[in-house]
Design a protein around this ligand. Structure first.
Ligand SMILES: [Cu+2]
Length: 145
């Protein structure tokens, strides 16, 4: 435990400095955060930088389903990485608990796309907006802590 504790302290201290810098200087935050994350693979550090990525895929055989009905994220910026390898077009729309849309992807077929949005703690829903798809089961819950 002693050795791993020592290695933890330095990245956390650097992360705190960069994070503090982001709040007061918007012009340089992008380049600074990408440099520091290259040496860190821990999810905790990535989320501190606002860089969490959620992966979601449509059923590759063409069934009206995603590969999961439950996603979870931490409060802040989210990049949704959506893959649809099936021959059927799909998208993803994210709504908050009031039914207000907070993010969406393009309708894609046989490729991947991303959508970026910001979430607060609470329960969100995601679904496919193509006619009949949500009703057939292309929907799920995004829980944000
Ligand atoms: Cu769909």
């Amino acid at each position: 435990m002693k050795a791993s504790w020592k290695y933890l302290v330095v990245p956390l201290a650097v992360g705190a400095l960069i994070f503090a810098g982001c709040g007061s200087d918007d012009s340089s935050d992008d380049s600074g955060s990408s440099d520091t994350t290259t040496t860190q693979s821990q999810p905790a550090d990535n989320s501190a930088m606002g860089g969490q990525v959620l992966k979601l895929a449509a059923d590759p055989s063409g069934a009206l389903a995603y590969d999961t009905t439950e996603l979870s994220a931490k409060s802040g910026k989210v990049t949704l990485d959506f893959t649809n390898d099936s021959p059927v077009g799909h998208d993803v729309v994210i709504e908050d608990s009031n039914g207000k849309e907070v993010g969406s992807t393009d309708v894609i077929t046989g490729q991947s796309t991303t959508a970026e949005f910001t979430v607060k703690p609470g329960t969100y829903t995601f679904y496919c907006s193509l006619p009949g798809h949500e009703e057939a089961g292309m929907k799920g819950t995004l829980t944000v802590k």
